[in-house]
Design a protein around this ligand. Structure first.
Ligand code: GLC
Length: 643
């Protein structure tokens, strides 16, 4: 193991020399790496200065990180180096209108890695270009938070397969035009991770890998300002070890937070990250980014150092695996969500605001909050994109900004309560069949779990259910970035209440929406007399139209307002001069979240040339006749703005 010598960070030139010497000592260094080192080192050094200036061993930790990066580059397979070249030459590759993501659990969807490989023909049929496999590494037996408690990144969970199979799968996906997305769970490890075991045993190299305190003094002080994330599991942010000490555990008691104030933790996790990169991963989903830095007296979420750390990981990646990109998973206040998006941090981020407000609009039949978010909070820095989704493997939390809601006369606290009641089926007349997740009686906080079909009304037999499922996807597929489908939703998979019979899963209601691949529903997918068949036909139609609509590439979005509260509207202009679409056109999207049809009058549409193309039905429409939107209906129209 590393024996840190004591040398603090110093002048950039001196430290560069030490780092380069360490890289050369670790093996051959090629010109490509040298060039990227020259470019990235000053940046990484400056970040280390800000993070680790007071560490007596800062210089050594940095030098050892560089040595790791150069060793990893040397070991990087040639085909991945070629891919690096392609991706860095086209850094906006993920902005294409052809992008479509899918996400699934390996065991639940395919049984194991071989079973996922067997699904590649189906993924191609669907049009996937991006596949997020949920965590598949070794973790504790029994409950491991669906793989989010990792005991080793170097071993695949044996029930799913091997590292060799994973590498082969990545290569097969690449051939099929599908980028592999894996989680980089870097905020915490499982309590069974070798580092965790050594830390608890008092191994001096690992003691400071986690945040362990002898008594409640410091935990009590921190908990004055931290939030409870999994209150069903344990109160506060700490759990007690068998020997009576306390360890930081933001999530489950078996997930122990790493201590990034220790630069050797950064170095060690950079090693795990580069190991994943060399397996053939294209996108790393940066799990729980908001929590990685702690400071007394703060919420310990989204602190400035969390950004510095992401930038530092990004700089290491840029040296040793330059084709990869990070996707941020920050389910926090919208101002914070967007703060992780930049080419220097994460190029991709979940868009939890649009997701939650889509559901909010469907419940209230009022699209104004969603419209406000699209108008104001959709824009992103160049070179970055949203991942837009209808639901994920996680719960739905109502992460809109209270100040935004207040402008519309909505009280955030009361509104969240209403939405929770509505989606867990407690509100009279609700169409939703969700279940509560982490309901906290002390704070009144809760989140919602359920599949798209069950939340949208299909399970309840609501007549609007199917249309809502399609409308929600029509929005996610047309606002830009990478649309991400939860596999199974395309055949209207319903909730799986049997999770409650499983002793391992019963305590985590998110399993209600993580059922097994629904074979019977997939078998019906070509039968339009069935719900799965209708949903599949309608969603695949949307996907194929998106693929051939260049206005849907990128992120540019212009508001479009109608006088109707239940209607959300926006225009997608062409972002570049590509001549794939007629010059000067835009795609106008109008969606009606209400239960009644809406007539859009010609005056509202008078800014456009009279003839518009209905992309879904492939017919021309005369806008002088106005438009009608059915209940939960929408249009994708190619329009020409009048000068
Ligand atoms: C992320 C994951 C979630 C997990 C948590 C802890 O939020 O999406 O499923 O429970 O991190 O790793």
């Amino acid at each position: 193991m590393i024996v840190p010598e004591s040398a603090p960070l110093g002048a950039v030139d001196d430290d560069r020399e030490a780092a380069w010497a360490a890289a050369e000592a670790a093996g051959r260094v090629d010109e490509g790496f040298r060039a990227r080192f020259d470019e990235q080192f000053p940046r990484l050094h400056a970040l280390f200065q800000r993070l680790y200036a007071d560490r007596p061993d800062g210089r050594d930790a940095l030098a050892q990180t560089i040595a790791l990066a150069s060793g990893s580059w040397n070991a990087r397979p040639l085909d991945l180096k070629v891919r690096d070249g392609v991706r860095t030459g086209d850094p906006d590759w993920f902005q294409s209108e052809r992008m479509l993501g899918g996400v699934c659990y390996v065991d639940r969807y395919g049984g194991n890695l071989a079973g996922i490989r067997d699904q590649i023909p189906y993924f191609r049929e669907l049009g996937l270009t991006y596949l997020h496999l949920m965590p598949l590494f070794a973790g504790p037996e029994g409950d491991n938070d669906g793989g989010y408690a990792v005991s080793s990144y170097r071993r695949v969970d044996p029930s799913l397969g091997t590292i060799a199979q994973l590498t082969e799968l990545a290569a097969d996906l690449r051939l099929a035009g599908i980028s592999l997305v894996l989680d980089f769970i870097f905020n915490h490890t499982s309590n069974e991770h070798e580092w965790a075991q050594k830390a608890v045993a008092g191994d001096p190299d690992f003691e400071d890998f986690y945040l362990i305190f002898p008594d409640r003094t410091m935990p009590d002080a921190y908990e004055q300002t931290t939030r409870e994330i999994f209150p069903d599991d344990h109160p506060g942010s700490f759990v007690q070890l068998e020997d009576g000490r306390w360890i930081w555990s933001t999530f489950y008691h078996f997930q122990w937070d790493l201590n990034y104030a220790n630069p050797w933790v950064f170095r060690a996790m950079a090693g795990e990250m580069l190991f994943l990169a060399n397996l053939g991963v294209d996108v790393l989903r940066m799990d729980a980014v908001a929590f990685i830095w702690k400071q007394l007296g703060t919420a310990c979420e989204s602190l400035p150092e969390a950004h510095l750390l992401l930038q530092a990981f990004n700089a290491v990646l840029a040296m040793a695996a330059p084709g990869l990109v990070f996707k941020s998973e920050a389910i926090v206040h919208p101002d914070e969500v967007v703060s992780y998006l930049s080419p220097e941090e994460c190029r991709l981020s979940y868009n939890p605001l649009q997701m939650a407000l889509t559901w909010e609009a469907l419940a209230t039949r009022d699209a104004r909050l969603l419209q406000q978010a699209l108008d104001r909070r959709h824009a992103l820095p160049p070179g970055t994109a949203w991942v837009n989704y209808v639901r994920s493997h996680d719960d739905i939390g109502w992460t809109f900004a209270d100040e935004d809601a207040a402008e519309l006369g909505i009280d955030g606290y009361g509104h969240r309560r209403f939405l929770n009641d509505f989606y867990v089926g407690r509100h009279e007349g609700t169409f939703a069949r969700g279940v509560p997740f982490q309901e906290n009686p002390r704070t009144g906080d809760a989140r919602v779990a359920g599949t798209t079909a069950s939340l949208a009304g299909i399970e309840a037999g609501d007549p609007g259910g199917e249309d809502r499922v399609v409308l929600a996807h029509a929005l996610a597929l047309s606002t830009g970035g990478v649309p991400l489908l939860y596999l199974g939703d395309e055949v209207a998979q319903l909730n799986d209440p049997t999770f409650a019979d499983d002793p391992v899963r019963r305590g985590d209601s998110r399993w209600v929406h993580r059922g097994q691949r629904p074979r019977d529903r997939y078998a019906d997918r070509d039968d339009p007399t069935t719900t799965p068949g209708r949903i599949f036909r309608r969603l695949t139609k949307l996907i194929s139209v998106r693929q051939t609509t260049p206005e849907f590439a990128g992120n540019a979005l212009l508001p479009f307002h109608t006088p109707h509260a239940s209607v959300v509207g926006y225009q997608r202009p062409l972002e570049d001069d590509s001549d794939a679409a007629p010059h000067g056109t835009r795609v106008l999207v109008l969606g009606n979240v209400g239960d009644a049809p809406i007539a859009i009058d010609p005056l509202t549409l008078s800014g456009f040339a009279r003839i518009a193309r209905d992309l879904l039905h492939d017919v021309d429409l005369d806008l002088d006749e106005g438009l009608s939107l059915s209940a939960h209906g929408f249009v994708w129209l190619r329009v020409t703005p009048l000068a």
